[in-house]
Design a binder for this molecule. Sequence first.
Ligand SMILES: *Cc1c(COP(=O)(O)O)cnc(C)c1O
Length: 395
Amino acid sequence: MNLKEIDLEYVLHSYNRNYVNFKNGKNATLFSEDGKEYIDFTSGIGVVSVGHANERLANAICESAKSIIHISNLYLIEPQALLAKKLIERSGYDMRCFFANSGAEANEGAIKIARKYGEVEGEVKRYKIITLKHSFHGRTITALKATGQEKMHNYFGPFPDGFVYAENIEEIPSLCDEKTIAVMIELIQGEGGVEPQDKEKVQNLSKFLKERDILLIVDEVQTGIFRTGELLASNLYEIEPDIITLAKGLGGGVPIGAIMTKLKDIFKPGDHGSTFGGNFLVTKAANEVLDILKEEKESGKLDERFIYFETKTKELAKEFDKIVLKEVGIGFMRGLRIKDLETLNKIVNTSFEKGLLVLKAGRNTLRFLPPLTITKKEMDRGFEILREVLKEVAN
Ligand SMILES: *Cc1c(COP(=O)(O)O)cnc(C)c1O
């Protein structure tokens, strides 16, 4: 059997997988087994924030692997404590952290925090959580139910009760009642189609919720860790959520999720936990990722890259306005709305054939999540390919 046959035989078919065999990477470039070069505008769906084979990240991971990888949360974990301090201080929020292993798991923890708060605060038990219809919050049963896309709720019921879906931010207040404990949103919807929320509307919502002691949970699994230019998109929107969840870009590729919350004493020992969460290896890696990206931000390089990428995307949107409806996004969470799904699929497939990795998202969006360290040369090459692709597909 060749590798593809082995994969098809032994791995569950839950992905529409592309059978390219990548052997090596360097920053935003990947090399396949047959020697072909690919420009990576996906960073493994927003994960490889500091690029492939980042020297500093590799050294941090090796150091941990050669001393301690894991000891469990029953003992002090030095890099975990330091990572929590770094995240809190650099975010500017008065919070504490809990570490999980993925975005879905971080969201599960956030929901548990909200539910516990709704149980111990006030006269009536409050448990309802409002989310948005085009949202995406993960694949565990509860995170899936929190995800407002009805098409994802086939097969897996019965689901936990208490989730209510709003069409948009403006509709949320009218759905709040005496049982509502939290609202969970993405500031820029990712899977839902790279859809940034309006800043003023979000600030008004935040104020409305504060007045009613309803918690605001911001799912920053995709928007966090400089993806939108600031450490957190909440910083960009100038709001102070009660709970923030993180994952994707935080570890630069190692699996880590985090919850940050103002409710510093909500959990007592035994209320929540994780065997792997925040172990030596992943928190050592995340510390290094945060330091690398802080330098990229402070040197002005990150913003320079954003501007260059945005200019290039806008140029293409203008040139190919017959198939591109509009350009969307912030920072390195960008996209092009394509006129129909068939054209979008053609673009993604042709890009791959020509050596460019791009993503699809809801609302017929061609989505770009490049590594935050992508070079000008890599961007130039990527856009050169994309231009050829759009030309071909437009004809
Ligand atoms: C990817 C994503 C998740 C799920 O993260 P996993 O690590 O796959 O569990 C949750 N919320 C948002 C906004 C995401 O983009």
